[in-house]
Design a protein around this ligand. Sequence first.
Ligand code: NAX
Ligand code: K
Length: 515
Amino acid sequence: MELLTAAEMSAAERTDIEAGRVTGAELMARAGAGTVDAVLAKWPDLAAGAHRAVVLCGPGNNGGDGFVVARLLAARGWTIDLYLLGRADALPPDARANHDLWRERGEVRALEDAAIAPPAVDGEVLWIDALFGTGLSRPFTLSAVARQLGAAARDPETRVVAIDMPSGWCSDSGRWLGDAAPEARTAADLTVTFHRRKAGHILSDGPTACGQLARVDIGLEAATAPGARPARLVEPDTLAAVSKRPGHKYDHGHALVLTGGAGRTGAARLSARAALRIGAGLVTLGVPGAAQLEVAMHETAVMLRRVDDAEALDTALEDPRLNSLCLGPGLGSERAHALVPAALASGRATVLDADALTAFADAPDRLFSKLHARCVLTPHMGEFARLFPDIAEDLKRTPESGPAASRIDAARAASVRCGAVVLLKGADTVIAAPDGRVLVNAAVYERSVPWLATAGAGDTLAGLIAGLLARGIAPLEAAGTGAWLHVECARRFGPGLIAEDLCGMLPGVLRELGV
Ligand SMILES: NC(=O)C1=CN([C@@H]2O[C@H](COP(=O)(O)OP(=O)(O)OC[C@H]3O[C@@H](n4cnc5c(N)ncnc54)[C@H](O)[C@@H]3O)[C@@H](O)[C@H]2O)[C@@H](O)CC1
Ligand SMILES: [K+]
């Protein structure tokens, strides 16, 4: 399923409207009705009886959706207090029409920057945030209102529904525009979006701001604009095929994982086991002489080969069956400088992680000039910032206008610059290929696994990807599938997880996938 930007969403709408398949007014009516349905599905107690809502409408079509919701709730007998930011005669046409329909039955008050005191009633007030959606173009300046919505969302007794996006949050990036303190930012218990999820629902702080996400179909046929290449979520039905065809072990590839020196081999051993578990036919650890005994004592199914230097690696790579390499976990800077160029010169599918990335922080171009399209870089944000400092800076700087630079933009720019697949780790892992394709593995909402932030988890991910590459899966798909499986393993284990536990979960995850 695609994750759209505001521009991609409005292009999809335009495509269907211009083709005469639907009108803007119909889309707005469906968006409002879908919002009410989603509210009643989340809180069934609101379906019976009359309740009270405060509806905050903004100056664009997000506000238009708010007028529709107000009308539908009033028709159910609810009492509505509706506030409008800006002038009715400046509303765009569809929003204006819904404003006029609302005016036939209810009041419109002017929204000012003061806390709103909903009249005391029995039972709770439902807040509807219809101020800004995909059209947010500058910081949200009503700080008293923002504080009030944020506090209401954090209060377990009070319910806040955001239409399309909690207002003030950028729907492309999941970032707050401007520099308001966290308690002066809006939030919601439920965010209802239309057609497709927007990137900002998944990226950065978006999930925390949105609370829970509901997606409503509004009957758009055009998934996106023709020719657009939006980011896609990794989901079970988009995973690369991980089932093994019958065959000899050599049919499933041979991964070589390079270790660091004595006392520093644990990380690479985690990678090697992951590569084996995900189905590489053979996995060898390339070990310096001084660490041979240590590795031999720990490993059984993983093979061992002495690789002291670049020359030894060249010799090992004379075996054409070695088709995937993994360098970085525990490798150490010196070995990284010696072995990474030799690995890259072989043209093999290669995962570079950890030390294999930071070793080149002084001169990233020296690394980039050797990379090729079958390489996958797996930096976390700190490693990313060392290799791509200017791109990382765009993500750090407070955005003053929308849409703000997103982690998708960052990974895409980095991948184009270095010519390899870049997997930027996080709860919102973004994986970009140099041709512009982007996958997002979302460990947010019901897939949230904060316990996966544990020592060695990244080494396991690098190994999973190396194993999938060994099995002949293309780099972008291998990285996306590896990231998805990694999170599923963590979900299956639950809190208390340590990196050694991850691989043991894989057979169960694969079984559930029907593999
Ligand atoms: N266009 C369509 O066909 C549909 C749009 N829908 C709704 O329309 C929304 C998008 O509508 P719009 O493109 O009109 O955008 P918005 O309604 O999100 O906001 C745009 C308006 O807000 C102003 N604005 C932006 N940032 C501001 C700020 N910080 N302070 C004050 N004013 C600010 C802009 O100048 C513009 O007037 C979606 O999020 C969705 O809720 C839905 O009705 C579904 C169909
Ligand atoms: K909103």
